[in-house]
Design a protein around this ligand. Sequence first.
Ligand code: K1U
Ligand code: ZN
Length: 172
Amino acid sequence: MTIRPLVILPDARLRRPCEPVAAITDDIRALARDMLETMYDAPGVGLAASQIGVLKRVITIDVSKSEEERRPLVLINPEITWVSEEQRVYEEGCLSIPEYYAEVERPDRVRFRYTNLDGETVEQDADGLLATCVQHEIDHLNGVLFIDHISKLKRDRVTKKFQKAAKREAVA
Ligand code: K1U
Ligand code: ZN
């Protein structure tokens, strides 16, 4: 298992749609293991493969509260199949936009379908943090970031900050 480096804004890979996974191979199982290790190390409650530079439709999630009770989820080719009319606001963060947090409004409850590592199709309902996290991670697979759900003013401000930081790093 390897902790992989995180892709940070404004890296163009974060804006590319990810490709569906055709089959659960040893490479996909190894990718999922690396993603879980990278997510727990960060630490984060979710991770999309594009955040480690792999443009495949794979996400990992664990919203359990302590290390002893870990409940890792690996979602391959996930899709949202239903959303509630009720919305909720949650303060989101993103491992690819470090130390920036903003309130985002999304559907309060969702139903989602995915393939697990045993190749089975699973359909599951979610509310609370899991619902928010599933939506945030599936957005990543479509090249969408949580800052796309906030005002243009705030988005432009945070984007410029990260563009400047990337330029500084490039000349250092
Ligand atoms: O996709 C990501 O960038 C991971 C992100 C997921 C997420 C956070 C909050 C709302 C929706 C989706 C994170 O995990 S940021 C870190 C974080 O929220 C956290 C870290 C440690 C403990 C608890 C939360
Ligand atoms: Zn994110």
